[in-house]
Ligand binder design. Structure first.
Ligand code: HEC
Length: 149
């Protein structure tokens, strides 16, 4: 009887271990598709922000700015060494050759979205401030780190 309980216990431990491993380790496919999805979401939210600001719906736009900022922080973990190719990635090898610079740009893009959420309260030219703190960061990163598409 005791023997049986021991076997069942061991089995349960092995089962829960293998579950927690598979929950933590994302596959290359999940990582590449995951980062593409986050960039696409940021793009959709960026367009929504522009539309909202055009009609002066500043408070409605702010949570979207925070969301983009948070996504950029998550994205810092979405470029491990083993995800340089496959699954139609447009990520360029230059990312891994200049990882510090790439991460700094990602961090800046995130910080700038927080700055934007403050700047819109007082900015006279909403278009200019969006260009400076939101859209400008997309192109400066894409120019160096994303393949032409
Ligand atoms: C710090 C770098 C960086 C910043 C900032 C950045 N991007 Fe990107 N973006 C990338 C990289 C790298 C890829 C390619 C990812 C891949 O294919 O694995 C990408 C891919 C994309 C994609 C394609 C996603 C897909 O489904 O293939 C879109 C859309 C996009 N970015 C929009 C934006 C927009 C809009 C902004 C600004 C609001 C932005 N990105 C800011 C680096 C950046």
């Amino acid at each position: 009887m005791i023997q049986k309980i021991k076997i069942v216990k061991t089995f349960i431990i092995i089962l829960s271990l293998s579950f927690s491993f598979s929950a933590n380790a994302q596959t290359v496919e999940e990582i590449i598709k995951g980062r593409k999805a986050m960039f696409s979401e940021n793009y959709q939210n960026g367009k929504k922000i522009s539309i909202l600001l055009k009609s002066n719906k500043i408070e409605e736009a702010k949570p979207l700015m925070k969301k983009i900022s948070d996504n950029y922080i998550k994205l810092l973990d979405y470029f491990p060494e083993n995800t340089k190719e496959g699954f139609k990635t447009e990520a360029l090898p230059s990312i891994w050759e200049n990882k510090d610079e790439f991460n700094a740009l990602m961090q800046k893009a995130s910080d700038d979205m927080i700055k934007l959420a403050k700047a819109v309260d007082t900015a006279e030219d909403l278009r200019a401030v969006q260009k400076e703190l939101m859209w400008g960061n997309c192109s400066s990163c894409h120019n160096r780190f994303r393949a032409p598409h």
